[in-house]
Design a protein around this ligand. Sequence first.
Ligand SMILES: Cc1ncc(C[n+]2csc(CCOP(=O)(O)OP(=O)(O)O)c2C)c(N)n1
Length: 803
Amino acid sequence: MNRDIQEQKNTLSFEDYKKQILEDYRLIVISRETSKLGRREVLSGKGTFGIFGDGKELPQIVLNRFFQAGDFRSGYYRDQTLMMAQGHLTPKQLFSAIYAHPDIKNEPMSAGRQMVGHFSNQLIDEDGNWLDQLQSKNHVADVSSTGAQMPRLIGLAQASKIYRNLDIKHSQKFSNQGNEIAWGTIGNASTSEGLFFEAINTAGVLQIPMVMSVWDDGYGISVENKQQTTKESISKALEGFGREEDIDGIEILTVKGWDYPALIKTYSYASKLAREKHIPILVHVTELTQPLGHSTSGSHERYKSKERLSWEKEYDCNHKMKEWIVSNGISDHDNLDEIESVIKREVREAKKEAWKEYQQPILEQRVRLNKFLEVLMPESNNDVELKILHKSLNDKTELFYHDVISTARKTFPLLVKNQVKNTDGFKNWLDEIKAKLQEKYSSHLYSEGVNATESVKLTPPQYQLDAPMVDGRIILRDNFDHLLENEDRLIIFGEDSGKIGGVNQGLEGLQNKYGKIRVADTGIREATIIGQGIGMAIRGLKPIAEIQYLDYVLYCIQILSDDLATLSYRTKGRQLAPLIIRTRGHRLEGIWHSGSPMSGLINLIRGIQLLVPRNMTQAAGFYNTLLRANQPAIVVESLNGYRIKEKLPSNLGEYCLPIGEIEVLKSGNDITLVSYGSTLRIVQQVAMKLEGYGIDAEVIDIQTLIPFDISKQLSNSIAKTNRLLIIDEDMPGGASAYILQQLLEEQNIYPLLDSQPKLLTAKEHRPPYAEDGDYFSKPSADDIFECVFEIMHESNPNKYPKL
Ligand SMILES: Cc1ncc(C[n+]2csc(CCOP(=O)(O)OP(=O)(O)O)c2C)c(N)n1
């Protein structure tokens, strides 16, 4: 018996010690039984996919002993036992998740939006307020992509270090002097992902309180460790990261996943070291199994040998735990068997209840539909199609909402066809229920209510009479200075952001003034820069993460897309990461410095705002608004704007500009020219030149691509000019197509147009280097002029002859 177990025995009475062990056993059996029944539910057709925590129960029950309130987990779909041990998840809730119950009260992890096995706890209350994280054991909502939990783990752990080293005023709900551990979990095969290695390196550099467990069952679905990992062992492969006596690094530990005393010893040591010393730790938990196979998609007998399968039976951690309990005289087989059979009954009951509660509201809607039909059917000449439709709905023993709604939607045209009168009540019910259900599936993509950018009180920039003209970067720098001064939760970091104050000097001198934690340099590792920001934002800090150039956003697009963009949506607004990302682009030169992959972003990051300020005054005003809201956003500054002179506002750090409003930069009556970012300057010049040719163009700055013109002002311009040209330096069919789609579908501009709307974009290839590369790739002043002329020619060929 090891010392930790011995210590427990010494501090507890033998009865209490036994009770605790048996409670652990009860939990691992509950978890296993839920996995088994869950799998059966899916295979019987009541769910579409199932993935469970079987074979990983024991290490989680031990890890839980050292997981304190305030701590965070960033893990994956195998962690069901830990969630159950912490009271976040009951078997009934897990079954509700299998059925995708869309009510958050029944399915608290994601309100039915995520597949079963994607866990979270609520960090934001119903009204959008942050809950006290120190009162709960916290879990950032899991994502399905393997390894994607790693970047944010860094930020979660780093937040403890920041809270320990800075005296932050509003930290009461978030940290107790940085004593919180960020617990990571990952499968052995997922450690092959680049994100894992990037995060491990970052943790070693930053020295943060992270305890990273690798649940190693030897496989990644069917692929063995031999094909996954150098030396077939992640702890061996990582040896070079290992901590040495006088050299910082990562403490690497290994332990067998079925060995209860050894697990206690390992996690006791790991948690103490991480919590007290802020040292990152990797626990490689080996010899785990997967008794039910990877998921419901197939059976593991297809790819595991007979020998392996029989080894898995023998070394199943639950089985080993039972053996250990009996051999140490804590209980006997009869007693443990009795515990197991009681649990079997309880889990079965939980399953039944979950199904009943899932079906109840759907059945109620079927009853409503049937009531309408009792009246309407006879009036429809007893239409045969209608009868068949409803018989098949009423014959169903298991119902989805879409069964009822789809039947109702098919009913309505049949009622119209048969000239049934008095269908208003039916139609109202159908519209109402459809809207209600749509909300269940579509809400909270963006922050709502108090957290939305629309809730921020707006203040315009003010200017003194003698306001000087300064380089744009000075406005940004001095604005950040004010923000850092007045918002102690603000942390800014990125490649070269610290010592030299950013490649464009927008942070010049601010590290000296505010210290190396608040204005920090990072390594070249875009994914974990974003991960730092996500983790910090979740833990109540106000991070601005800098991606040096827009083109390099591709290195972190996966984490932006899968994690940040979906966090609010996948938790129905119960978790938020209000991370602000600062980057720069537009009008750059060179294949890897084009600065324009806007449509890629627009498509992949819905859930994150995308702001494209034309100058630094606008950019600063957006930062000020974002810092007062809780909405993730990317701000793309104009790279060629840092040295352009702008008037210096007197209320830096205070003025807040609206997000989602267009701005008319020049009014005109003949044609509406729409653009954003650096291209606008060229458009403005062309608009002046067009005056000389008798063309009065209206120039409009979109300002923000997401959200797009919330109050639908653009159509007013088109109603006046009846002509539209969208100028964009993105690819053909890129952001310009998105703008046109918004105008056609959201603002119905089609009837307002007298000429075909035109889109002037860059060429399909990336722009070659230098001035000529730009001229022949992106829309130039000449291109814009000629394009406008062509549109005007169509309306009045005499006045505007062909060029
Ligand atoms: C980026 C990505 N690639 C592939 C998958 C498909 N996939 C899901 S789980 C899995 C295996 C993961 O194995 P491991 O990390 O060992 O975890 P385990 O499921 O064995 O606990 C794969 C390939 C995925 N979800 N995400």
